[in-house]
Design a binder for this molecule. Structure first.
Ligand code: DC
Length: 217
C-alpha cells in the first residue's frame, strides 16, 4: 500500500485544481474519482438510459468494460475502449451524475478500481468519500470547502451548466457513502484562498505529520 492523500469536498470547491497541483508538486499520481462516476453517467445518458432506471443502468454495467490506467501521472478511464473525457462536463452528465453515483453497485465497482491505484502508486485522490470510505486508514485526509456563492461563481466562470446546490443535496443525503467530513480530516475553507494557498496549507500539514516529501517541496 502506497501513500494516499485524500481530498474530499462539495462540487466546485476547488478540490480538482488543488489535487492536481498537489500531485504535480509531490510527484504523485492524480486520481479524479468524480471523473469515474461521470464516465458511468455519460455511458448511461448517451444510451438514453435514465439515471432512475437502476435495472437498466446495472445491465449496462454488466456488459461494459471499464479500464483504468495512468498517463503522465494522471488516472485515465476507458469505457469499452472509448475515452469519455470530452463528454464528462456536459449538462446531461452534470444533471445525472449524483443520481448515478447514489447507486450502491456503481459505487462498489468504482471503489474497487480506485483502491487498485494505490497498489502501484503514491497518489492524491479527490472525491466525496475518499477519506471516509475508500481509504479510511490513510492519515492524510483533507476536506476542501468554500461558500455556496463562491462555488457557484467558480462554475459560472468555467462556463459550465451545473446545478451544484442540487448535486450537493443528493451527494450529502444519499444512503451509501454520502459526502461527510471524515472525523480525522483537516478542513480548509478556501473561499478566500488561492489554489496555491490551499496547496501550501496541505503541504504544511503533511510535513507536520512527518510525511517525507521530495526535495524542494
Ligand atoms: O467531483 P465531481 O463534481 O466531478 O463529482 C461528480 C459527482 O460524482 C458528484 O456530484 C458525486 C459523485 N462522486 C461521488 O459520489 N463520489 C466520489 N468519490 C466522487 C464523485
Amino acid at each position: 500500500m502506497h501513500t494516499v492523500i485524500a481530498i474530499d469536498g462539495p462540487a466546485a470547491s476547488g478540490k480538482s485544481s488543488v489535487a492536481r497541483l498537489l500531485a504535480r508538486k509531490l510527484g504523485f499520481l492524480y486520481v479524479n474519482s468524480g471523473a469515474m462516476y461521470r464516465a458511468v453517467t455519460w455511458l448511461a445518458t448517451s444510451r438514453g438510459i435514465a439515471a432512475t432506471d437502476i435495472g437498466r443502468v446495472l445491465g449496462l454495467l454488466d456488459v461494459t468494460r471499464f479500464e483504468c490506467g495512468t498517463v503522465a501521472n494522471q488516472s485515465t478511464i476507458l469505457v469499452d475502449g472509448v475515452d469519455p473525457d470530452p463528454h464528462l462536463t456536459e449538462p446531461a452528465v452534470n444533471a445525472n451524475v449524483s443520481a448515478i453515483s447514489a447507486i450502491p453497485e456503481v459505487r462498489r465497482l468504482l471503489v474497487e478500481k480506485q483502491r487498485l491505484f494505490a497498489e502501484a502508486h503514491d497518489l492524491v485522490m479527490e472525491g466525496r468519500d475518499i477519506g471516509s470510505v475508500v481509504f479510511p486508514d490513510t492519515p492524510y485526509k483533507f476536506y476542501v470547502d468554500a461558500s455556496p456563492e463562491v462555488r457557484a461563481a467558480r462554475r459560472a466562470k468555467q462556463g459550465l451548466t451545473d446545478a451544484i446546490g442540487e448535486r450537493d443535496k443528493v451527494d450529502t443525503t444519499r444512503r451509501t457513502s454520502p459526502l461527510v467530513i471524515a472525523e480525522d480530516a483537516h478542513v480548509i475553507e478556501s473561499s478566500h484562498l488561492t489554489i496555491d494557498g490551499v496547496v501550501g496549507e496541505i503541504i504544511g500539514r503533511l510535513k507536520l505529520k512527518g510525511l517525507a516529501l521530495r526535495e524542494g517541496v
